[in-house]
Write a protein that binds this ligand. Sequence first.
Ligand code: FAD
Ligand code: EPU
Length: 338
Amino acid sequence: MVIENNISLKGFNTFNIDVTASHFVTIDSHEVLKQLVRHPLFENGNALVLGGGSNVLFTRNFDGIVARNTIGGIEILSDNGIIATIRAGAGVNWHDLVAYALNNNLGGIENLSLIPGTVGAAPMQNIGAYGVEIKDVFANLEAVNRQTGIFQIFDDQDCQFGYRNSIFKSELKDKYIISSVTLNLTRNHEINTSYGAIEETLKEWSINNPTIQDVSEAVISIRSTKLPDPKKIGNAGSFFKNPVITLDQYYDLKKTWTGMPGYTDSEGHIKVPAAWLIEKSGWKGKRRGEIGVHENQALVLVNFGQGSGKDLFYLAEEIQKSVYKNFRITLDPEVNII
Ligand code: FAD
Ligand code: EPU
């Protein structure tokens, strides 16, 4: 295990924020993971586990140890011709796993194509897109307890998945390091094109009986037009979660904002697109020097180059205040602010 000192994190977060970590280590195997949780720097100090850095905002230098997870490997554990159980190391790139599933004709994660980051971070916030969440195909995960060093298996129930949420973001925040994730994928998969944009794209392409590959390509095409590529403009996808409000509050707001979109969730509440609230508050496309709000997606804050995490944080606060003033709705960050 090699621990480096004073390392720039600019290349390790998709906002491209230039802060330093006083110590930095790469977890590339179970062995390193076992050693790390017993290392005094990790046991007694400030420690942060990082995957692809696509859902974090660094607001200052990190005074402690940053451990980047790159544990690899994808294997099919079982396959009965209907369901295949597949396990991937936490450091595997999420889209590489999607591509592996597609190449093996396994369905279930094609709607989650092109989401940046690692497999290990995916259950943290129950990644979701275009009508599917990881919880829909989740079997279990393996994680090591940061205090005891003991490896444990968490099933679907244990993880307490919710919209952009899991037990690892609440009760067990910073208590475990995920080492692998196991999914149940299906052959003869029943595809999900419930998200309007997928159907429209497939129709445009004159595809009547779409395969999982077609759905993946449609999702990739939609994402590429809507979301900025972090390789070109620093960003972390949606900065805030879509707020969930009561039906009463929704109808009340509709009296003033007649065009306000809203979608009923499984509990009969209304999920309102945060992007719409931010756009109506006048923020879409606003630029402030090196940072701003993306011109095509108001939910995405961007770093044009040399922006700082603090400036992005203050911009996010201002957006929250103005959305609250206009709608009495509180926006909660999706991004992990550090
Ligand atoms: P990181 O940013 O490295 O970490 C995120 C959090 O997880 C941190 O708190 C970190 O400490 C913790 N963590 C990371 N790995 C581990 C581990 N092995 N064990 C324990 N804790 C860990 N998300 C969606 O849900 N849907 C989308 O459609 C989507 N689109 C995006 C589009 C763009 C352009 C970008 C930049 C981001 C998007 N995201 C989306 C957000 C992001 O891709 C996901 O949250 C992703 O799962 C983050 O993975 P990561 O490896 O980069 O995590
Ligand atoms: N809209 C606006 N202005 C905009 C953009 C969108 O008013 O600038 C409104 C439109 O009414 C549109 C609606 O917002 O119909 C929804 O927009 P979109 O389909 O782009 O989805 P989103 O709610 O902004 C969510 C996720 C994304 C995920 C997409 C697709 C959250 C916080 N975000 O975005 O996830 O990819 O749906 O399923 O739930 C992420 O988490 O980082 C992320 C990118």
